[in-house]
Design a protein. Structure first.
Length: 162
């Protein structure tokens, strides 16, 4: 759990630094991330993908800004997943895949909690051009026991290797 939180904080710092310091360019055109969260639309204003080769993990981070508020969704999954195969997110059968949601006040996780579930399907993975895309759904819980439902999740992202 400590490794998870440490990794998440580091990646969030990278995302916020990149999103506030960099201007959009045409090479980021395919980057997108959307979902329905408790029947509300989430459309990311920034998406970053990272292949953390030292731990064989992809991390996709998406943020949505509204005034001074930010919402963040993170998907983390093994870089060994196969395209067009559905994998569990969270729970005991996740194989290392999990999701995180932060709304400015609480962290919601699909791992380390009872009653969480979800799935991820990669629809595209091109390791030579550093591009990944897929679909996801899930139920995540906060430490307070509140839950959120994520449906119709879709992402596509160029990624860097770290």
């Amino acid at each position: 759990m400590k490794l998870f939180l440490k990794t998440s904080y580091v990646l969030l710092a990278i995302v916020f630094t990149n999103m506030t310091a960099c201007k959009k360019n045409s090479s980021n055109a395919p980057n997108s991330f959307s979902a329905t969260i408790n029947n509300n639309s989430f459309q990311a204003s920034g998406v970053i993908g990272v292949d953390i080769t030292s731990i064989y993990t992809f991390d996709i981070l998406a943020t949505q800004h509204s005034g001074s508020d930010s919402t963040v969704i993170e998907l983390s999954f093994p870089d060994t997943l196969t395209v067009n195969k559905t994998y569990d997110i969270g729970g005991s059968n996740s194989g290392g895949a999990f999701g995180t949601y932060y709304d400015g006040g609480l962290w919601y996780l699909t791992a380390y909690r009872s009653g969480v579930s979800g799935s991820i399907t990669l629809t595209s993975l091109d390791k030579s051009s550093h591009f990944v895309a897929g679909n996801f759904t899930g139920v995540a819980k906060s430490t307070a026991g509140d839950s959120i439902v994520l449906n119709n999740g879709k992402f596509s992202s160029n990624y860097t290797q770290q």
